[in-house]
Design a protein around this ligand. Sequence first.
Ligand code: ADP
Ligand code: NA
Ligand code: NA
Length: 245
Amino acid sequence: MRVVLVDINVSVVSHWAKGLGTLVRSGKVSLQHGSLEYFKPNGMLKSIVSPGNSFGFLGGGFDLAIQEYFGGALFERYVRYKLMHSYVPVTNCTVIPLEQFGRDDFQYLLHIPTVVTPVVPDFDRRDPVHTGYRIVFDVTWNALHSAPGDTEQLVIPGLCTGYAGVPIPVACKAMCFAIRLFYLEKTLSQDLINTMIMCFMGYQYGPFISEDCVAECEKMRVDWDTLLGFNPHTDELDSILPPGH
Ligand code: ADP
Ligand code: NA
Ligand code: NA
């Protein structure tokens, strides 16, 4: 599965470009600056992420663009019906087949609330790790792991970079980390992936960290002490990811 990152905001696109390491060059991820409505079909089966709210209304931001793209008010009704008109907690992903609303190779909507409602941002600059990096990582991680198996391209906009109010550098760094770890699942052990997630989120907990990770880090040329002391707000992703990944 490839990832297509699309956003109308050029700052979002340039922060992605900075944080993705070699993934763009290797063709696993592509970047598009522009609006959803100018998306060009290319014959690859697609799922699209809707960074929504807990009640399924599609009235703003990228959700509004999705609503307009897939059929307007009737499409919003369809999505809310598929969500059973009920509350969905932030970061929970619901896979909704587009069925008769599908167009241009799009088959599934991945609906993921990034806010309960857009009244007040959850982001608190006194604690960016838990109110920014962590939530954006979780949203991105859930999107990547919820895409149905026949998805050839997963289209993702900036997550939490609009109404949710997470600063763009914070949100993009967390997205890039989740995407890079996703593609490392074939290369690294599950234990090391888990350790990296703990360290990224500030939850380093010795009893949950396998001793085998030390040797694996050495083999992959990741500095163990740098990993254990990692802070996403001040440190570069490249400092804890294997060179070339
Ligand atoms: P969130 O609530 O997670 O912040 P938003 O939908 O408010 O989600 O914004 C997510 C991203 O979608 C933002 O980075 C914004 O620039 C982008 N966006 C909004 N409208 C469009 C559009 N028509 N095409 C592409 N990107 C868009
Ligand atoms: Na949202
Ligand atoms: Na939105």
